[in-house]
Each structure stands twice: as C-alpha cells, then as structure tokens.
Write a protein of this length. Structure first.
Length: 198
C-alpha cells in the first residue's frame, strides 16, 4: 500500500475516533466538554490534513491506484457524514440540510460505481467544488464553536454564531444538491451509461 492510500486509511481511522470524542461530551463528567472538544479538534485536523495530502502526493508522484480511486471518495463520505451527524445532534446543523447532503453523498457514490464500469471519470463542476469548500468551512466553524463553548461562558455570541452556522449548512446543502443535479445531467447527456444492460 502506497503513502497516499495509507493517509486515506489514517483518515478512516480518525472518523470513529472523532465520533468517540464526541460521545465523551455526553458522559456527564465535569471535564468531559473540554476533553471532548480538544479531541474532536485534533481528530478533525488530522483527517482534513491527510485528505489534503493524499491527493496531492498521489498526483505529484503518479501514485494513483484503483484502490485509492475507490477508498478516497468513500473516506470523504464517511468522514463528512460522521462529522455532520455529530453537528446535527448538537443542534448546530439543520436536520433537513443533513438529509439532503446524506442523499447526495450516497447517490454520488452509486453514480461513481456505475461510471467506473464504463471506464470514464465523473465530470467536475463548479457546484461540486463549492460544496467541498462549504463543507470544510461549515465544519471548521462548528468545531470552533464546540471548542469555544467548552471554554467560554454562554452569551449573546451563541445566537449569532448559531445563525452563521445555519446559513453555512444551508448553503452547503444547496450546493450539494445542485452539484448532484449537474453531475447527473452531464452523465445523462453524455450517454455514458447507455450501454449498460438492464
């Protein structure tokens, strides 16, 4: 297994560790919120850094593999949905936004599997890139909020911050939906799947 794929495996390991870190905050112990917030921040930082590095290393040193093509998007979906479940449970992410994003992520994974059988890549689009940026921004803001809430007393800042998060997650869901519609439209127009037996 090459280095990019090892980094992807590291990201997959960080996902359940992040979830366990979140569960610590629900234990009821006095120090739990602080410990949980710090661990979540570390897990998220490691996961995102490994995500950034594995793609760059794979492209730069021509280490793209069939395993990596499958494992990387799977790790992306698993990590994002895990993060968002925790944010939704904390009341930071609207349920409707999570549902739209979950549907989109599973649908895209299904389309990728179909496209792999044709030997063609999924077409890139501006909404897909916007979705990725918005996911990251919303997640970072959520982690910062959780960390801040563990150290700073509640106040008027909570309401303002939660409104910002609502807007960010709403934009994430909209960009996610539009990226899926654009992907699906491009695939249908290309007739890449027309040769599949039914």
């Amino acid at each position: 297994m090459n280095l990019p794929n090892k980094l992807t495996v590291l990201r997959l390991i960080m996902v359940p560790v992040f979830f366990i870190s979140y569960l610590i905050s629900l234990s009821g112990l006095a120090s739990a919120p602080v410990v949980s917030a710090v661990m979540m921040f570390i897990c998220y930082a490691v996961a995102e850094l490994s995500d950034l590095m594995d793609g760059k290393i794979a492209r730069k040193y021509n280490l793209v593999t069939d395993l990596g093509k499958v494992m990387d998007p799977f790790a992306d979906t698993l990590s994002h949905l895990t993060f968002f479940v925790c944010f939704m449970h904390s009341g930071l992410m609207p349920v409707w936004a999570f549902i739209i994003i979950m549907w989109r992520e599973f649908s895209i994974l299904f389309l990728r599997m179909l496209m792999m059988r044709t030997g063609k890549a999924m077409p890139a689009n501006i909404w897909g890139k916007s979705k990725t940026v918005l996911y990251a921004v919303a997640s970072v803001f959520s982690i910062v909020y959780i960390v801040a809430a563990a150290f700073v007393a509640p106040g008027s800042w909570n309401g303002v911050y939660e409104t910002v998060l609502y807007v960010l997650f709403s934009l994430s869901a909209i960009a996610s939906l539009l990226s899926f519609v654009t992907y699906l439209s491009a695939i249908l127009k290309s007739k890449a799947l027309s040769g599949m037996t039914r």
